[in-house]
Structure formats: C-alpha cells, structure tokens
Write a protein that binds this ligand. Structure first.
Ligand code: SF4
Length: 700
C-alpha cells in the first residue's frame, strides 16, 4: 500500500503518490509514483488495482526518463526562424499569452474570417478528461472556434458498435480469463493491451484455445494456437464466411436470435453468399482455416463453453472498416455468446457508464448556432483549402494540444505543406519539440502526468481513476487547463467557469455518480457494471435488439446490413503499387509518444519496414537493406526487415516515428491517404498500396 498520499507534491519526504496512466491504451493503469525530496524517482503499477495488478508496460515504467528528459520544453518559446526551421527564442508567459490573444482576437473580429477561422486540434496525447478537453473546450466554445471532428483512431468502429449493439459496450475484460475460446481479432495484445493478455494467459492455462486473426504475425500471434493472416481490410468477408458455416451447420442459438436480434433473415441471405471458398480468395487464407475457425466458434453452441472475441481498432482502418466491425459484432449474437459473462465481444467499454463530458466542456458557452466542423483526418487537405461558401473561412489559426499531427495524420506531405503556410498562426502546447512543434509560432510548455491533476475513464475496462500531481511542474510548464485559463483571461473572457481549478474540475466531472472520496483515498473506483451486458438483450439500439439490420444506416446508404467493401487500395499484383501496407505501432512507441525516449528508441533501432522473404527476394532486397517505400503520395526511406512477420503481398511499416528521426525526414504517413472509411469519417491508414525498392548504396 502507498505509505502516504499527499494532496500535493511534497518536497521534504519520500512519498508515494497515486496516479493514472494518461496514454491512449485500453489498460488505463493505476500508477504509484515514488517521490524523494521532490523528485519522482520511480513509477510503478498499483498492486491494489485489480486491472493493473502491479504491472506496467515497458514504456510507462520509464516515465521518469520521459518527464525529466533533457529536451523537455520548460519555457514558452516564440519562433525566431522560418516556418518549420525549429528555431525558437524563450519568451515570458505574459508576453506569449498577450500576443497569442491579440492574434486570435484580430482573426475573430475580422468579418471576412471570424472565430471559425480558428481551429483546435487535439486527440489522445492524454486521455484525461481535465487536461484533455475540459478547459480547452470551454475556451473554444466561448471563442466560437471551428469544431474538430475527432476521428483519427476509433470513429469507424465506434459508429459500427453503436449501430449494432447500441453503445460502446462489451464484455468485461476480466472475464476473458474464464473463456474457453478467445479470438484476438486485429490486436497485438502483448504490445498494446498487456493486461488483457494476462487474462488470456490464465484462460490458456485453463485449457482455452486462442486464435489470432491479423495480417501481421505479431508477438501475440506467435503465442496463439492458431494464426489466420488475412489480407488487410478483408475482415468482413471472413466474418461473413464464418456466419455461412454457422448457418449451414446449424451452429446457431435460435432462441437468442429470435428474441434479441433484428434482421436475421436478411443477414442469413447475405451470409449464404459467402461460402469459405469465396472468402478464402478474398482474404488470402485457406478454406481449411475458415472452416476450422467457424467450427471452433460454433462448437460453443453445443458445449455451452463461452467464446469471446477481443476485437481491436486496426480492423476499422480501411474503407470498409465500419462494416467489418459490424460483421464481427454480429457473431456473438448468432451463437448466443452474450448469455455468458465470459462470452461475447469487446472492442470498447467506454460507453458502459454512459458519462458525458458537457459539464466540463460547456457547449452552452457557444453563442453562434451554426458552427462548421473540420475532420482531423483530412487536416492535410483542409489546411490548404481557401475560403469558400462551402468550406467557410480559410483556417488561419491552429491551436494544437495533446497531438502531433505532422507525424500522425495521414498523407503527411500535404499536412507539412499546410503547417508550412506562412500565413497560418500556429500555437502548440507540448512537452517536447515534436515534428508539429517545429512548425509553431509559439510553443507553450505543458506539464506531464506527474505534474497535474486529472480524472480518467477507460475503454478497456470499466473503472474510473484519479491522477494526483506527484511533483511540482518542471520549469515554467503549466497544465493545459491553466494555459487555456491564461489565454481566456488574455482574451478578456470573464465567465466564472474559467476560474475553476483542476481539483474542482475533477470533482465535477461525474458529480454524485462517482464517490470522489474513494477516488482520493484509493486512486480508482469500480462503479457497478453488468457481468453479462446483453445476456437478455437490452441493447441500446432503437429496437433494443442486436441490429444485424440498421434502419439508420440504410437511410444513409446501402442496405443496412454488414457487407464486405474492398479496400480503396488493395495492392494488386501486376499494378504499379502491388503491395498492401499496414502501419501498426512499433512495440515500444505509443502513437508518436515515446519516440524521443532514448532507451525506448534504442530498442526499436531505426524506422523499419517488415517484408516477406518472397517479396524481398523478388526485389533483390536483403535484411537490413535501406529501401524506398513509395506510392503516388510520396516516398519513405527506411530499413528492410525481411521476416515472416509480414505475409506475402503485405508489408508492415512500423510507426509512428517522428519524421525528423527518420532516415530522410519522413515517416510512414508520407504514404497513407486521406480517404475516409464507410462509417464515422475515419482515416484508412491500413488501406494503402505501395511498392518497395532497394535504395541505391549511396542513399543507404
Ligand atoms: S500504456 Fe497501457 S499498459 Fe502501459 S502503463 Fe499505460 S495503460 Fe498501462
């Protein structure tokens, strides 16, 4: 147990402070930070939090290295060289805030531009509700800025879950330990869902069969009983073929289907068009593998043994990503898997408690009724768009926080051109001088998770966690909340909500629905969550059923049933770009976070492209060669790893490296497109065709 739990950092003692991991990871661990004489010396997993169980991933167990990194930005900086040069001069906070406020006010007051020429840009650099959007939302709502559609990671899958199950709700992760069949679909759990993997290990020891479905032979796939390496973007075809087998062999829970689903006859008709032979050709796997998968899954009906699917967001990063998630999400209802607490599916549990963020973000501060919305996934195009009646004003000011779009947004050649606009006024709140910060007019130093309050929900389990500051802010760093408070004051916004401190924001996030004293005492609470959320239906859809058929989707386009949509860029042999590329995260990075942590980057080595031995041999590429990966959008220089981790016809460009740490100042997003998915306006990072060529020795 932590010995003491100070409310604020204590500079005179050795103490342990309870916190929460802020990163974009479903595990949302409870942290214990040891502080000695005001210095954080160690960050460990909280053994009293069942989901964390005392264990952290390698990345966050090195959190002190990141927080005390010699390259932390510790004063406000003003650009002193050309855009993108990365040249800055230190400036006082008051001077920076006054100048930024003056620039934003001038844009907002200009009738030809107005406040919607200002765009916030943020995502999950922190998942915290307070340092994420709370005070930032208040600021941008009060200003009347453009809204940002936050799609870059999960919106296709989220839309699909909502259409099919009615909410982002699923199995409780701890019950995977009791499943007898676990299908890990599109997830490298060992790298990005470590605590789920521990439950899988328990299930495996108890005799469960574990199957991995993933184009890449990941560390996780290697440790499963079977690995189905399908082609990227073909998951819906595989799910439909599994349905075909469930139907033709009558491995169905007819009672569950009759009581708790909508659209069965139509789905049945669709699935019967997908015999394994057809899907095998589309997916690039064998008929036997599909039959075996369906047999294992369907066996649950007769045996009553729970079958569980852990789906992850990689599946939805393709043109048909929403349909793919819908197809997979239909499977548990067909075999009645939801009847068991250890059966069903989990993609996201973030909707379990139904909490909303409006108390923190205060949308009521927005005075104008109509506000335009810009999709963060098309920022490359949108920063280059002139004013027009359709688009509205050109984006003339950009405030970036909790994100590194120059590295992580697709089609980054265009993103860079947009950020390089001399007439674009850019402010970046950051810990480090990232690729995005290089293009800022002002960089404002933000605190890390060790230095501020925050409160966290999670998408991988159902607890709520509190993060206390363990140390005082380094240098002149300020919490995001405080930076937006300062900007609000400089803009003359006098609304009382800007005076609320961070502890008040944490307390008010969930009001009486969560016992805040428990959070203060233990660092986490576990609000009641159903053991088997859909055992007796109760779906949050308009019909109250699992909607195989969605009238809402049918009204938008298509026939309202899940279907297979081929990729925009399947990477067909014989074409100019014959290889399909996916860009899963390098194991020691998390999106673009941690790339500059020296010890983690040392493990990753250099930017790498995994390529199958057959594809490499056809191009005279040997392991370790420098290669060019290219398509119509650009080219990326990296090292070839010739390995069976890549299946034939598919290359894996591990990300997301900072561009400036790459071999030629680009990263894998130089190649990805701004095409959007079928649902949720999401990016299609894993729907990208390329060719690969050995670099000439002079470029190596
Ligand atoms: S990144 Fe994930 S596994 Fe690692 S400490 Fe954070 S929540 Fe836990």
């Amino acid at each position: 147990m932590p010995k003491t739990i100070p409310l604020h950092a204590d500079t005179g003692h050795s103490t342990q402070v309870l916190g929460a991991c802020p990163h974009d990871c479903p595990d949302t661990c409870s942290l214990i930070t040891t502080v000695e004489n005001g210095i954080a010396t160690k960050v460990q997993g909280n053994p009293n939090h069942p989901q964390t169980d005392g264990v952290l991933c390698t990345k966050v167990s090195r959190y002190t290295e990141r927080s005390y990194h010699p390259e932390r930005i510790l004063t406000p900086l003003r650009r002193s060289g050309p855009k993108g040069s990365g040249q800055f001069t230190a400036v006082a906070w008051d001077e920076a805030l006054a100048d930024i406020a003056q620039r934003l006010s001038a844009i907002a007051a200009d009738p030809a531009r107005g406040p919607q020429a200002v765009l916030p840009y943020s995502y999950a650099g922190t998942m915290g509700w307070v340092q994420g959007e709370a005070m930032a939302d208040r600021f941008f709502n009060r200003l009347g800025a453009s809204l940002l559609e936050r799609t870059i990671c999960a919106s296709a899958g989220g839309a699909a879950l909502e259409a099919t199950l009615g909410a982002k709700v699923g199995m409780r992760v701890e019950y995977f330990a009791q499943a007898k069949l676990i299908i890990i679909w599109g997830s490298n759990a060992i790298g990005s869902n470590l605590h789920f993997w521990r439950y899988v290990q328990t299930a495996k020891r108890n005799g469960a069969k574990i199957i991995c479905i993933d184009p890449r032979k990941t560390e996780t796939a290697e440790k499963c009983h079977e690995h189905i390496a399908l082609l990227p973007g073909t998951d819906a075809a595989l799910a439909l073929a599994v349905m075909h087998q469930l139907i033709t062999h009558d491995w169905l829970d007819h009672d569950y289907i009759a009581q708790y689903t909508l659209g069965w006859d139509a789905l049945r008709e669709r699935a019967l068009k997908w015999p394994p032979e057809r899907a095998a050709k589309v997916c690039g796997v064998s008929v036997t593998q599909i039959e075996s998968l369906a047999r294992d899954y369907g066996a649950s009906v007769a045996s009553g043994a729970p079958a569980a699917i852990r789906l992850n967001y990689g599946v939805q990063r393709a043109r048909g990503g929403g349909n793919a998630v819908r197809a997979v999400a239909c499977l548990p209802a067909l075999i009645g898997a939801w009847r068991h607490s250890a059966g069903g599916m989990l993609l996201s549990a973030s909707g379990t408690h139904g909490f909303g963020k409006s108390a923190l973000g205060r949308p009521d501060l927005r005075q104008s009724g109509s506000t335009r919305t810009i999709n963060m996934s098309t920022i490359g195009n949108d920063l280059l768009r002139p004013a027009s009646p359709d688009f509205g004003p050109q984006v003339d000011a950009l405030i970036v926080y909790n994100s590194n779009p120059v590295a992580v947004a697709p089609d980054s050649g265009k993103v860079v051109r947009g950020f390089a606009r001399e007439d674009l006024f850019t402010v970046v709140l950051e810990h480090f001088q990232t690729d995005t910060a290089d293009y800022a007019d002002y960089i404002l130093p933000a605190t890390t998770q060790l230095e501020h309050w925050d409160i966290h929900t999670t998408y991988g389990h159902t607890d709520i966690l509190l993060n206390r500051p363990a140390i005082v802010p380094l240098g002149q760093a300020r919490p995001n909340t405080d930076i937006f408070r300062g900007l609000a004051a400089a803009m003359g916004f006098t609304d009382a909500c800007f005076a609320e401190d961070d502890l008040t924001l944490c307390r008010s996030a969930f009001d009486a629905r969560v016992d805040f004293e428990q959070l203060l005492a233990h660092g986490f609470v576990s609000p009641p969550a159903p053991d088997a959320p859909f055992a007796q239906g109760g779906f949050g859809t308009p019909s109250g059923k699992c909607e195989f058929f969605s009238a809402r989707l049918a009204a938008q386009c298509g026939d309202g049933l899940p279907d297979y949509l081929p990729n925009y860029e399947p990477g067909k042999p014989g074409t100019a770009y014959p290889l399909a590329m996916i860009s899963p995260p390098a194991r020691n990075f998390l999106n673009s976070s941690f790339v500059n942590v020296t010890s983690l980057r040392a493990i990753e080595g250099e930017p790498a492209l995994e390529i199958n031995p057959a594809d490499a041999a056809a191009r005279h590429i040997v392991n370790g060669d420098a290669v060019w990966v290219f398509n119509v959008r650009g080219q990326y220089h990296c090292k070839a790893h010739v390995t069976n981790r890549a299946r034939a016809g598919v290359v894996n460009g591990l990300g997301v490296w900072w561009r400036k740490m790459g071999l030629d100042g680009t990263n894998v997003n130089e190649l990805t497109s701004q095409n959007l998915s079928d649902m949720g306006h999401a990016p299609t990072f894993y729907d990208c065709a390329v060719e690969v060529q050995r670099a000439r020795p002079s470029s190596a």
